[in-house]
Design a binder for this molecule. Structure first.
Ligand code: C5P
Length: 307
């Protein structure tokens, strides 16, 4: 994730993510859940632009949506509860300055979908404002702020496919990962993350498991690295899928639709409600996307993982 200067303004692209594997190991004393998950960034992006405000650094910080944002952006808060605001506040406070300038957010990633859009926007805001405000913070210094903003924010800051542990913030990057063609379907109704974890009723984690990979995860990573998409697909899983199917009936309908088309695997991402299929090729992904669009299940994206 890198910010690019355009005149006096800066811009950055914030990718969505897919969970290729998600195992909930148990509930922790702090209320979060201990996870073992593989997350991959995908080529479906929000865009953030920062510009100095007309009246300089004295004018308070503001956030607005670009008019070309998807329609669901209208449901998002533009005030301090937005993670972009929170990231700007956290960075400004750490640096001892007043947040300033205008961020224009072009929202494309569906919300409450398990695609990590809000977390990615937060990570992008840290990188964007680090550049725009001339702070020159190191990535490890930004990573400390990222972990305070949300469980998935450090993953987006790191920027590559990774095994994530703890509540999601302990990152083991997986280098040299091939691209995988995918189709993502996001139904109109979302699943709030906290509600999905609460409904799971997971047992407490008695002893935090040492960071040893399960056999299934070890094999999945090996298959992913060698580009064995069909074998990798058989090892993908999501321990929150049955809960999401209960909370959001559209998830099961999308799963049934994927079961009728040729793909290597199909599963939920994060706590949903978005669902994805892993395809053999970009051509197959485009064809599947056209078919799924005709079923009117929600927003459909033929895309691919990034490294
Ligand atoms: O960290 P984040 O703010 O994205 O998490 C949102 C909510 O999801 C948390 O408040 C918590 O209820 C739940 N969660 C969890 N275990 C995790 C991550 C999130 O229980 N590992």
């Amino acid at each position: 994730m890198y910010a690019r200067k355009t005149g006096t303004a800066w811009e950055i692209f914030a990718p969505a993510k897919l969970n290729l594997y998600l195992d909930v190991l148990g509930r922790r004393a702090d209320g979060f859940h201990e996870l073992e998950t593989v997350m991959a960034p995908v080529q479906l992006h929000d865009r953030l632009q920062w510009a100095p405000s007309d009246r300089g650094a004295e004018t308070p910080f503001s956030l607005r949506f670009h008019p070309s944002s998807s329609s669901h952006a209208g449901e998002l808060p533009l005030g301090r509860s937005n993670l972009v605001w929170q990231a700007a506040d956290a960075l400004a406070q750490d640096a001892g300055l007043a947040p300033h300038g205008v961020i224009t957010l072009t929202k494309r990633i569906p919300t409450q979908a398990g695609l990590g859009g809000g977390s990615s926007d937060a990570a992008a805001t840290l990188v964007l404002l680090n550049a725009a405000w001339g702070l020159d913070y190191s990535r490890s210094r930004l990573a400390r702020l990222a972990a305070q903003l949300g469980s998935d924010v450090p993953f987006f800051l790191a920027g590559s496919t990774a095994i994530c542990r703890g509540r999601g913030e302990i990152i083991e990057p997986l280098d040299d990962m091939p691209r995988y063609d995918v189709v993502v379907v996001a139904p109109p109704a979302g699943v709030p993350t906290a509600a999905a974890f609460a409904a799971l009723g997971a047992p407490p984690v008695e002893h935090r498991r040492e960071p040893s990979r399960s056999e299934q995860l070890t094999q999945l990573v090996a298959d992913l690295k060698r580009g064995a998409v069909a074998a990798a697909g058989r090892r993908m899983k999501n321990g929150l899928q049955h809960i999401a199917e209960t909370l959001c009936p559209a998830v099961r309908r999308i799963g049934t639709a994927f079961a009728s088309i040729a793909c290597c695997a199909h599963l939920l991402t994060g706590s949903g409600s978005a669902y994805f299929g892993v395809m053999h090729s970009a051509r197959q992904a485009r064809r599947a996307a056209a078919l799924l669009r005709s079923l009117d299940l929600g927003s459909v994206f033929a895309t691919a993982t990034c490294r």
